[in-house]
Ligand binder design. Structure first.
Ligand code: ATP
Ligand code: MG
Length: 316
């Protein structure tokens, strides 16, 4: 099947800065794709190229087969984007901004009124419809920005840090609305610095670092992909011999084992499949296990691993 978005050898430079560095990435039709990466890693720049705001320095992006370089008018028909920094248009009241936007994306006047009201109510900004945009709080500006995409219901919906300034109740509401959009047939890209948001929403996640893609997969695949990301921690009665630790390490193919007094930490892949074997080996070795626990890596650990920082609990 043709991907919704195909990014091919994409490069974007701003003067001497390389914001996007030979990026290759395909986004499937109908998926929610989470784009992660440290500040300045090129997420927004990539999204702005997909939505034809910026032109690539080289390379290309195909949106449903149309090139952002050669067929940008066609691409614009498919794409809606909520920017990281909300911007007001030439009109300055939220209701007018959104009504104008609804007409531009093809609603009749009467349908535009209906959909604008519905989306503004869903996001809790209907009461601010006639305030000046510039006087809205940061979060409410962001909601007006998000409303554009929920009104448009584009085939490819792009959200750049959708919930960064929102209160927790609205966050959940926005996540539900993004999932509804996907259920109705849109493909979604969400750039975020919030791991919980990426985990909650994404079918697949891509981690960018300095303009390149560092990692790609489902949240589970990414977590399982960290070498020794699972930690089995065991507290035993009595001393443990080095040779016994070595035997466990070989038997379950552990990446590393730390032994400190009565606490043994085993760094291993797929810990949930190996924990029973570990307990078994201890009891055969005549060692009484007082306590055992399994810590699975979080998406934070995945992020640290791929963007240069250390794994939590890794002291080496
Ligand atoms: N219009 C611009 N002019 C000059 N440099 C830019 C411009 N836009 C982005 N950059 C630079 O390109 C790099 C990538 O920025 P970008 O905004 O894409 O990162 P980001 O991953 O979205 O970061 P954040 O998490 O902070 O939103 C940064 O070094 C940034 O300073
Ligand atoms: Mg950004």
């Amino acid at each position: 099947m043709e991907p919704a978005v195909e990014i091919v050898d994409l490069v974007k430079r701003f003067g001497n800065t390389i914001a996007v560095d030979k990026l290759n990435l395909s986004i499937y039709d109908g998926e929610i794709f989470g784009l992660l990466g440290p500040n300045g890693s090129g997420k927004s720049t990539t999204l702005l190229i997909i939505s034809t705001v910026y032109k690539p320095t080289s390379g290309d992006v195909y949106v449903y087969g149309k090139s952002v370089v050669k067929n940008s008018d066609e691409v614009r028909k498919y794409v809606g984007i909520a920017f990281q920094e909300p911007k007001a248009l030439w009109v300055d009241k939220p209701y007018e901004i959104l009504l104008w936007h609804a007409m531009v994306v093809g609603y009749s006047m009467s349908d535009a009124r209906k959909v604008v009201r519905q989306v503004m109510e869903d996001l809790g900004v209907w009461e601010y419809r006639n305030k000046m945009f510039s006087e809205l709080s940061g979060g409410n500006k962001k909601k007006v920005e998000l409303a554009k995409v929920f009104i448009q219901k584009p085939r490819l919906a792009i959200f750049d840090e959708p919930t960064a300034q929102l209160d927790v109740i609205t966050k959940h509401q926005v996540w539900n609305m993004i999932e509804d959009l996907r259920r109705n047939g849109s493909t979604i890209i969400v750039a975020t610095n919030e791991m919980s948001e990426a985990e909650r929403l994404s079918d697949r996640i891509g981690i960018m670092y300095r303009g390149k893609l560092r990692a790609l997969g489902t949240p589970e695949e990414l977590k399982d992909g960290i070498p020794g990301g699972d930690i089995i921690e065991i507290i035993v009665d009595g001393p443990v011999r080095e040779s016994f630790v070595e035997a466990i390490k070989n038997d379950i193919d552990a990446v590393r084992i730390d032994l400190k007094d009565a606490v043994i930490r085993i760094y291993v892949n797929k810990g949930e499949e190996k924990i029973a074997r570990v307990v078994d080996m201890f009891s055969r070795g005549g060692l009484k296990v007082r306590q055992i626990s399994l810590k699975e890596p979080t998406l934070d650990d995945v992020f640290f691993y791929y963007t240069g920082a250390k794994l939590a609990g890794d002291n080496n």
